[in-house]
Design a protein around this ligand. Structure first.
Ligand code: ADP
Ligand code: ADP
Length: 225
């Protein structure tokens, strides 16, 4: 777990500034949803926190460390993507273990972590299957499993449920929330879906045109015009 601080954060592509002086503090263990219309800068902000985009101005702190210049692998974050990003030729077990194998973690420890995550996500029976033998919901769980086994301080979710049908999306939304509460990992979740944002977030950061329009609990935002 870790707090995250955004200080006067700016992103420009060439001469075009797309994020304008973003400030915000996310507490240890908090679940914050970044929500707003297409093009408002949600992905860019998340990708900056992940280290996949450079910082033009200001600072990103994770647990009191300025991470602006750290590589993604050195940030102690795990990202869950919308397209699952699973390797089709690998089994579920291999997919979940992949990010750990490159590090110097023993086989026994890798298996322990993979099986523990599989139990939490209720995908243990599918560990030896290939992704194509799984349903969409199961694949999304594997994608989450890959993030969990890294045992990160922060989870970053980039519209992870947008490829699922409406019913499954609601179910997985509840599962993500339960999982996050169980693990207590500080989480940032990007979506353009207001209902999803309201359901999931301890607080919502509402972006519009690269500005933070509002940042508060669902009740605070709902009561405001
Ligand atoms: P959202 O995730 O809210 O849909 P993005 O963060 O993807 O928004 O994009 C924010 C703005 O930045 C948009 O105007 C988009 O066109 C622009 N943008 C995103 N990526 C790039 C890029 N690599 N080069 C130039 N402009 C970009
Ligand atoms: P390492 O992290 O030891 O460099 P990995 O295979 O775990 O090796 O990761 C390779 C790259 O992909 C790193 O930049 C890592 O941060 C990133 N990466 C892998 N899996 C994830 C994930 N679930 N979330 C975020 N980044 C990831």
């Amino acid at each position: 777990m870790a707090s995250i601080t955004l200080k006067d954060l700016v992103k420009a592509y060439g001469d075009t500034e797309v994020l304008h002086h973003i400030d915000g503090q996310i507490a240890d263990g908090e679940f914050v949803v970044i929500v707003g219309p297409s093009g408002c800068g949600k992905s860019t902000l998340l990708r900056m926190i992940a280290g996949l985009e450079t910082v033009t101005g200001g600072d990103i702190q994770i647990a009191d460390q300025v991470v602006n210049d750290l590589e993604p692998a050195d940030r102690d974050i795990a990202m869950v993507f919308q397209n699952y990003a699973l390797y089709p030729h690998m089994t579920v077990r291999e997919n979940m273990a992949y990010g750990l194998k490159i590090r110097r973690i023993s086989k026994a420890e890798i298996n322990r972590r993979v099986e523990e995550a599989a139990d939490i996500l209720e995908i243990r029976p599918y560990l030896e299957r290939k992704p194509r033998q799984l349903s969409g919901g199961q694949r999304q769980r594997v994608a989450m499993g890959r993030a969990i086994v890294r045992d990160p301080q922060v989870f970053l979710f980039d519209e992870p449920l947008s490829n699922l049908d409406a019913k499954l999306r609601v179910q997985m939304r509840l599962e993500i929330r339960k999982l996050q509460q169980k693990l207590g990992v500080t989480s940032i979740y990007v979506t353009h879906d207001q209902v999803e944002a309201m359901t999931l977030g301890d607080r919502l950061m509402v972006l519009n045109g690269g500005y933070v329009e509002q940042f508060g609990t669902p009740i605070e935002l709902y009561d405001r015009p």
